[in-house]
Write a protein that binds this ligand. Sequence first.
Ligand SMILES: NC(=O)c1ccc[n+]([C@@H]2O[C@H](COP(=O)([O-])OP(=O)(O)OC[C@H]3O[C@@H](n4cnc5c(N)ncnc54)[C@H](OP(=O)(O)O)[C@@H]3O)[C@@H](O)[C@H]2O)c1
Length: 294
Amino acid sequence: MNKITVLGLGAMGSRMATNLSAAGHDVTVWNRTQSVAAALAAEKGLSVAETPRSAVKGADVVVSMLSDDDAVLAVWHDPESGALAAVEKGAVIIESSTLTPATIQTLAGAALDSNVRFVEAPVVGSRPQADAGALFYLLSGEAEAVDAARPIIDVNAGNSKYVGEIGNAATMKLAINGLFAAQVAAFAEIAGFIEQSSLDTDEAMETLAALPITSPGLKRVLGLIQERNYSPNFPVHLVEKDLGYLTETAQDLKARVPIAEATKAIYQQGAAGDQRDLDIAGIAQLYQLSHVDE
Ligand SMILES: NC(=O)c1ccc[n+]([C@@H]2O[C@H](COP(=O)([O-])OP(=O)(O)OC[C@H]3O[C@@H](n4cnc5c(N)ncnc54)[C@H](OP(=O)(O)O)[C@@H]3O)[C@@H](O)[C@H]2O)c1
Protein backbone atom coordinates (compact mmCIF):
# COMPACT_ATOMS: atom_id res chain seq x y z
CA MET A 1 0.00 0.00 0.00
CA ASN A 2 1.26 3.46 -0.91
CA LYS A 3 0.31 6.88 0.37
CA ILE A 4 -0.93 8.61 -2.79
CA THR A 5 -2.13 12.16 -3.36
CA VAL A 6 -4.31 13.02 -6.36
CA LEU A 7 -4.40 16.70 -7.39
CA GLY A 8 -7.39 17.51 -9.62
CA LEU A 9 -10.69 15.65 -9.46
CA GLY A 10 -12.23 16.42 -12.83
CA ALA A 11 -13.67 13.75 -15.09
CA MET A 12 -10.35 11.89 -15.28
CA GLY A 13 -8.70 12.57 -11.90
CA SER A 14 -11.78 11.53 -9.92
CA ARG A 15 -11.85 8.17 -11.70
CA MET A 16 -8.11 7.64 -11.21
CA ALA A 17 -8.38 8.43 -7.48
CA THR A 18 -11.31 6.03 -7.16
CA ASN A 19 -9.37 3.21 -8.83
CA LEU A 20 -6.27 3.86 -6.68
CA SER A 21 -8.35 3.67 -3.53
CA ALA A 22 -10.12 0.51 -4.74
CA ALA A 23 -6.68 -1.03 -5.33
CA GLY A 24 -5.98 -0.63 -1.60
CA HIS A 25 -3.88 2.54 -1.54
CA ASP A 26 -4.23 5.29 1.06
CA VAL A 27 -5.51 8.18 -1.09
CA THR A 28 -5.63 11.89 -0.23
CA VAL A 29 -7.33 14.25 -2.68
CA TRP A 30 -7.31 17.95 -3.42
CA ASN A 31 -9.45 19.90 -5.87
CA ARG A 32 -9.72 23.65 -6.54
CA THR A 33 -13.50 23.46 -6.05
CA GLN A 34 -13.44 21.95 -2.59
CA SER A 35 -17.03 20.69 -2.60
CA VAL A 36 -16.07 18.28 -5.41
CA ALA A 37 -13.26 16.82 -3.29
CA ALA A 38 -15.46 16.62 -0.20
CA ALA A 39 -18.20 14.76 -2.10
CA LEU A 40 -15.81 12.22 -3.65
CA ALA A 41 -13.97 11.70 -0.37
CA ALA A 42 -17.21 11.07 1.51
CA GLU A 43 -18.43 8.62 -1.13
CA LYS A 44 -15.17 6.66 -1.49
CA GLY A 45 -13.64 7.03 1.98
CA LEU A 46 -10.70 9.21 0.92
CA SER A 47 -8.88 11.92 2.88
CA VAL A 48 -9.31 15.54 1.74
CA ALA A 49 -6.75 18.33 1.90
CA GLU A 50 -7.38 22.07 1.74
CA THR A 51 -4.36 23.08 -0.36
CA PRO A 52 -2.07 21.31 -2.84
CA ARG A 53 0.77 21.91 -0.39
CA SER A 54 -0.93 20.23 2.56
CA ALA A 55 -2.22 17.45 0.26
CA VAL A 56 1.24 16.20 -0.74
CA LYS A 57 2.82 16.13 2.73
CA GLY A 58 3.93 12.58 3.53
CA ALA A 59 2.87 11.17 0.14
CA ASP A 60 5.05 8.54 -1.61
CA VAL A 61 3.41 9.31 -4.95
CA VAL A 62 1.61 12.40 -6.25
CA VAL A 63 -0.67 12.11 -9.29
CA SER A 64 -1.62 15.35 -11.03
CA MET A 65 -4.57 15.47 -13.47
CA LEU A 66 -5.42 19.11 -14.19
CA SER A 67 -6.86 20.89 -17.19
CA ASP A 68 -3.96 22.80 -18.71
CA ASP A 69 -0.56 24.54 -18.40
CA ASP A 70 -1.94 27.42 -16.31
CA ALA A 71 -3.67 25.09 -13.84
CA VAL A 72 -0.59 22.92 -13.44
CA LEU A 73 1.77 25.87 -12.95
CA ALA A 74 -0.56 27.34 -10.31
CA VAL A 75 -1.02 24.08 -8.44
CA TRP A 76 2.68 23.17 -8.38
CA HIS A 77 4.28 26.60 -8.01
CA ASP A 78 1.91 28.99 -6.20
CA PRO A 79 4.13 30.74 -3.61
CA GLU A 80 1.59 30.17 -0.79
CA SER A 81 -0.09 26.88 -1.60
CA GLY A 82 1.98 25.27 -4.40
CA ALA A 83 2.59 21.55 -4.02
CA LEU A 84 6.20 21.21 -5.13
CA ALA A 85 7.63 22.92 -2.04
CA ALA A 86 6.17 20.18 0.19
CA VAL A 87 6.73 17.00 -1.85
CA GLU A 88 8.95 14.62 0.16
CA LYS A 89 12.49 14.02 -1.14
CA GLY A 90 12.46 10.72 -2.98
CA ALA A 91 8.72 10.80 -3.66
CA VAL A 92 7.51 10.37 -7.26
CA ILE A 93 5.36 12.85 -9.17
CA ILE A 94 3.22 11.37 -11.96
CA GLU A 95 2.08 14.31 -14.11
CA SER A 96 -0.79 13.08 -16.30
CA SER A 97 -2.34 16.37 -17.48
CA THR A 98 -2.10 17.09 -21.23
CA LEU A 99 0.39 19.97 -21.40
CA THR A 100 2.87 21.58 -23.77
CA PRO A 101 6.30 19.96 -23.87
CA ALA A 102 7.72 23.34 -22.77
CA THR A 103 5.67 23.37 -19.55
CA ILE A 104 6.40 19.75 -18.72
CA GLN A 105 10.12 20.48 -19.13
CA THR A 106 9.82 23.43 -16.72
CA LEU A 107 8.02 21.25 -14.17
CA ALA A 108 10.45 18.37 -14.50
CA GLY A 109 13.42 20.74 -14.08
CA ALA A 110 11.92 22.21 -10.90
CA ALA A 111 11.21 18.71 -9.52
CA LEU A 112 14.79 17.65 -10.22
CA ASP A 113 16.06 20.77 -8.42
CA SER A 114 13.95 19.70 -5.41
CA ASN A 115 15.30 16.10 -5.46
CA VAL A 116 11.90 14.76 -6.39
CA ARG A 117 11.47 12.05 -9.03
CA PHE A 118 9.29 13.08 -11.97
CA VAL A 119 7.40 11.01 -14.52
CA GLU A 120 5.61 12.57 -17.46
CA ALA A 121 2.54 10.40 -18.02
CA PRO A 122 -0.26 11.81 -20.22
CA VAL A 123 -3.01 9.36 -21.09
CA VAL A 124 -4.88 8.30 -24.22
CA GLY A 125 -8.49 7.20 -23.67
CA SER A 126 -11.38 8.93 -21.99
CA ARG A 127 -13.90 8.44 -19.20
CA PRO A 128 -14.87 4.81 -20.07
CA GLN A 129 -11.21 3.77 -20.20
CA ALA A 130 -10.54 5.62 -16.93
CA ASP A 131 -13.50 3.84 -15.30
CA ALA A 132 -12.09 0.50 -16.44
CA GLY A 133 -8.48 1.29 -15.45
CA ALA A 134 -7.62 0.76 -19.12
CA LEU A 135 -5.96 4.02 -20.17
CA PHE A 136 -2.99 4.03 -22.55
CA TYR A 137 -0.10 5.83 -20.81
CA LEU A 138 2.66 7.64 -22.69
CA LEU A 139 5.69 7.74 -20.40
CA SER A 140 8.81 9.91 -20.30
CA GLY A 141 11.48 10.49 -17.69
CA GLU A 142 14.39 8.78 -15.97
CA ALA A 143 14.05 4.98 -16.19
CA GLU A 144 14.41 4.65 -12.40
CA ALA A 145 11.56 7.10 -11.77
CA VAL A 146 9.35 5.37 -14.33
CA ASP A 147 10.05 1.99 -12.71
CA ALA A 148 9.17 3.39 -9.29
CA ALA A 149 5.90 4.85 -10.63
CA ARG A 150 4.88 1.81 -12.67
CA PRO A 151 2.90 -0.13 -10.01
CA ILE A 152 0.79 2.98 -9.40
CA ILE A 153 0.42 3.74 -13.12
CA ASP A 154 -0.63 0.14 -13.76
CA VAL A 155 -3.74 0.60 -11.59
CA ASN A 156 -5.18 2.94 -14.24
CA ALA A 157 -3.34 1.59 -17.29
CA GLY A 158 -4.39 -0.98 -19.85
CA ASN A 159 -1.18 -0.35 -21.76
CA SER A 160 1.77 2.03 -21.83
CA LYS A 161 4.59 3.15 -24.09
CA TYR A 162 7.90 4.66 -22.95
CA VAL A 163 8.86 7.42 -25.39
CA GLY A 164 12.15 8.71 -23.98
CA GLU A 165 13.15 12.11 -22.71
CA ILE A 166 10.87 14.52 -20.84
CA GLY A 167 8.63 16.40 -23.28
CA ASN A 168 8.35 13.50 -25.71
CA ALA A 169 5.21 12.10 -24.07
CA ALA A 170 3.49 15.50 -24.41
CA THR A 171 4.59 15.76 -28.03
CA MET A 172 3.26 12.26 -28.77
CA LYS A 173 -0.01 12.96 -26.94
CA LEU A 174 -0.56 16.18 -28.94
CA ALA A 175 0.25 14.32 -32.18
CA ILE A 176 -2.37 11.65 -31.36
CA ASN A 177 -5.05 14.17 -30.38
CA GLY A 178 -4.32 16.38 -33.39
CA LEU A 179 -4.75 13.46 -35.76
CA PHE A 180 -7.95 12.31 -34.08
CA ALA A 181 -9.47 15.80 -33.91
CA ALA A 182 -8.74 16.45 -37.60
CA GLN A 183 -10.41 13.17 -38.58
CA VAL A 184 -13.47 13.83 -36.42
CA ALA A 185 -13.76 17.36 -37.90
CA ALA A 186 -13.55 15.94 -41.43
CA PHE A 187 -16.23 13.29 -40.73
CA ALA A 188 -18.46 15.88 -39.02
CA GLU A 189 -18.27 18.10 -42.09
CA ILE A 190 -18.98 15.21 -44.47
CA ALA A 191 -21.93 14.10 -42.31
CA GLY A 192 -23.42 17.59 -42.77
CA PHE A 193 -22.73 17.46 -46.50
CA ILE A 194 -24.56 14.11 -46.75
CA GLU A 195 -27.47 15.33 -44.65
CA GLN A 196 -28.06 18.28 -46.99
CA SER A 197 -27.92 16.11 -50.10
CA SER A 198 -30.60 13.80 -51.56
CA LEU A 199 -28.79 10.74 -50.18
CA ASP A 200 -30.48 8.64 -47.51
CA THR A 201 -28.44 9.90 -44.53
CA ASP A 202 -28.53 6.70 -42.44
CA GLU A 203 -27.65 4.50 -45.40
CA ALA A 204 -24.81 6.79 -46.45
CA MET A 205 -23.39 6.88 -42.92
CA GLU A 206 -23.61 3.08 -42.72
CA THR A 207 -21.74 2.83 -46.02
CA LEU A 208 -19.00 5.11 -44.68
CA ALA A 209 -18.78 3.10 -41.46
CA ALA A 210 -18.37 -0.15 -43.41
CA LEU A 211 -15.42 1.10 -45.47
CA PRO A 212 -11.77 0.52 -44.53
CA ILE A 213 -11.12 4.30 -44.60
CA THR A 214 -13.12 4.50 -41.35
CA SER A 215 -11.14 3.44 -38.26
CA PRO A 216 -12.88 1.79 -35.27
CA GLY A 217 -12.57 5.09 -33.33
CA LEU A 218 -14.21 7.05 -36.13
CA LYS A 219 -16.93 4.41 -36.51
CA ARG A 220 -17.86 5.10 -32.90
CA VAL A 221 -17.89 8.85 -33.61
CA LEU A 222 -20.09 8.36 -36.71
CA GLY A 223 -22.56 6.40 -34.54
CA LEU A 224 -22.65 9.26 -32.01
CA ILE A 225 -23.21 11.82 -34.80
CA GLN A 226 -26.09 9.72 -36.20
CA GLU A 227 -27.68 9.43 -32.75
CA ARG A 228 -26.96 13.13 -31.95
CA ASN A 229 -25.47 11.75 -28.71
CA TYR A 230 -22.96 14.33 -27.56
CA SER A 231 -22.79 13.71 -23.81
CA PRO A 232 -19.18 14.54 -23.03
CA ASN A 233 -16.29 12.14 -22.77
CA PHE A 234 -13.62 14.32 -24.37
CA PRO A 235 -15.18 17.80 -24.44
CA VAL A 236 -14.69 20.25 -27.32
CA HIS A 237 -12.97 22.88 -25.13
CA LEU A 238 -10.22 20.40 -24.18
CA VAL A 239 -9.82 19.40 -27.85
CA GLU A 240 -9.37 23.09 -28.69
CA LYS A 241 -6.79 23.44 -25.89
CA ASP A 242 -4.79 20.49 -27.24
CA LEU A 243 -4.85 21.85 -30.82
CA GLY A 244 -3.59 25.18 -29.49
CA TYR A 245 -0.73 23.35 -27.74
CA LEU A 246 0.01 21.35 -30.90
CA THR A 247 0.24 24.43 -33.14
CA GLU A 248 2.26 26.32 -30.50
CA THR A 249 4.69 23.41 -30.24
CA ALA A 250 4.87 23.11 -34.04
CA GLN A 251 5.91 26.76 -34.16
CA ASP A 252 8.74 26.05 -31.68
CA LEU A 253 9.80 23.09 -33.85
CA LYS A 254 9.41 25.07 -37.10
CA ALA A 255 7.14 22.25 -38.33
CA ARG A 256 4.38 23.13 -40.82
CA VAL A 257 0.93 21.97 -39.63
CA PRO A 258 -1.70 23.59 -41.90
CA ILE A 259 -4.31 20.90 -41.24
CA ALA A 260 -3.88 21.25 -37.47
CA GLU A 261 -4.26 25.06 -37.86
CA ALA A 262 -7.47 24.64 -39.86
CA THR A 263 -8.76 22.05 -37.38
CA LYS A 264 -7.99 24.37 -34.46
CA ALA A 265 -10.12 27.12 -36.04
CA ILE A 266 -13.08 24.71 -36.26
CA TYR A 267 -12.84 23.64 -32.59
CA GLN A 268 -12.28 27.28 -31.57
CA GLN A 269 -15.64 28.07 -33.15
CA GLY A 270 -17.22 25.17 -31.27
CA ALA A 271 -15.55 26.05 -27.97
CA ALA A 272 -16.74 29.66 -28.25
CA GLY A 273 -20.30 28.50 -28.94
CA ASP A 274 -22.89 25.91 -27.95
CA GLN A 275 -20.52 22.98 -28.47
CA ARG A 276 -18.02 23.94 -25.72
CA ASP A 277 -19.00 21.23 -23.22
CA LEU A 278 -20.19 18.63 -25.72
CA ASP A 279 -18.17 15.55 -26.63
CA ILE A 280 -15.70 15.87 -29.53
CA ALA A 281 -18.38 14.27 -31.78
CA GLY A 282 -20.57 17.30 -31.00
CA ILE A 283 -18.44 19.42 -33.34
CA ALA A 284 -20.83 17.93 -35.94
CA GLN A 285 -23.50 20.35 -34.69
CA LEU A 286 -21.69 23.09 -36.64
CA TYR A 287 -22.84 21.32 -39.80
CA GLN A 288 -26.17 19.74 -38.81
CA LEU A 289 -29.34 21.12 -40.36
CA SER A 290 -30.99 21.88 -37.02
CA HIS A 291 -27.97 24.02 -36.03
CA VAL A 292 -26.78 25.54 -39.31
CA ASP A 293 -27.81 29.18 -39.84
CA GLU A 294 -30.01 29.68 -42.89
N1 LIG B 1 -11.58 14.00 -20.70
C1 LIG B 1 -10.83 13.25 -21.48
O1 LIG B 1 -11.34 12.47 -22.30
C2 LIG B 1 -9.33 13.29 -21.40
C3 LIG B 1 -8.62 12.22 -21.93
C4 LIG B 1 -7.23 12.22 -21.86
C5 LIG B 1 -6.57 13.30 -21.28
N2 LIG B 1 -7.29 14.35 -20.81
C6 LIG B 1 -6.54 15.46 -20.19
O2 LIG B 1 -6.55 15.22 -18.79
C7 LIG B 1 -6.63 16.47 -18.09
C8 LIG B 1 -7.87 16.47 -17.21
O3 LIG B 1 -9.00 16.26 -18.03
P1 LIG B 1 -10.47 16.15 -17.41
O4 LIG B 1 -11.34 15.64 -18.48
O5 LIG B 1 -10.43 15.47 -16.09
O6 LIG B 1 -10.78 17.71 -17.19
P2 LIG B 1 -11.90 18.38 -16.28
O7 LIG B 1 -12.99 17.44 -15.99
O8 LIG B 1 -12.23 19.68 -16.94
O9 LIG B 1 -11.13 18.68 -14.91
C9 LIG B 1 -10.14 19.66 -14.83
C10 LIG B 1 -9.53 19.70 -13.45
O10 LIG B 1 -8.55 20.76 -13.41
C11 LIG B 1 -8.90 21.64 -12.35
N3 LIG B 1 -8.49 23.02 -12.67
C12 LIG B 1 -8.78 23.73 -13.78
N4 LIG B 1 -8.18 24.95 -13.73
C13 LIG B 1 -7.53 25.01 -12.54
C14 LIG B 1 -6.72 26.00 -11.91
N5 LIG B 1 -6.47 27.18 -12.49
N6 LIG B 1 -6.19 25.70 -10.71
C15 LIG B 1 -6.43 24.51 -10.13
N7 LIG B 1 -7.18 23.53 -10.66
C16 LIG B 1 -7.72 23.77 -11.86
C17 LIG B 1 -10.40 21.50 -12.18
O11 LIG B 1 -10.79 21.96 -10.91
P3 LIG B 1 -12.31 22.49 -10.65
O12 LIG B 1 -13.12 21.27 -10.28
O13 LIG B 1 -12.17 23.45 -9.52
O14 LIG B 1 -12.77 23.16 -11.91
C18 LIG B 1 -10.54 19.98 -12.34
O15 LIG B 1 -10.12 19.32 -11.17
C19 LIG B 1 -6.61 17.55 -19.18
O16 LIG B 1 -5.29 17.99 -19.37
C20 LIG B 1 -7.14 16.83 -20.40
O17 LIG B 1 -6.69 17.43 -21.60
C21 LIG B 1 -8.66 14.35 -20.82
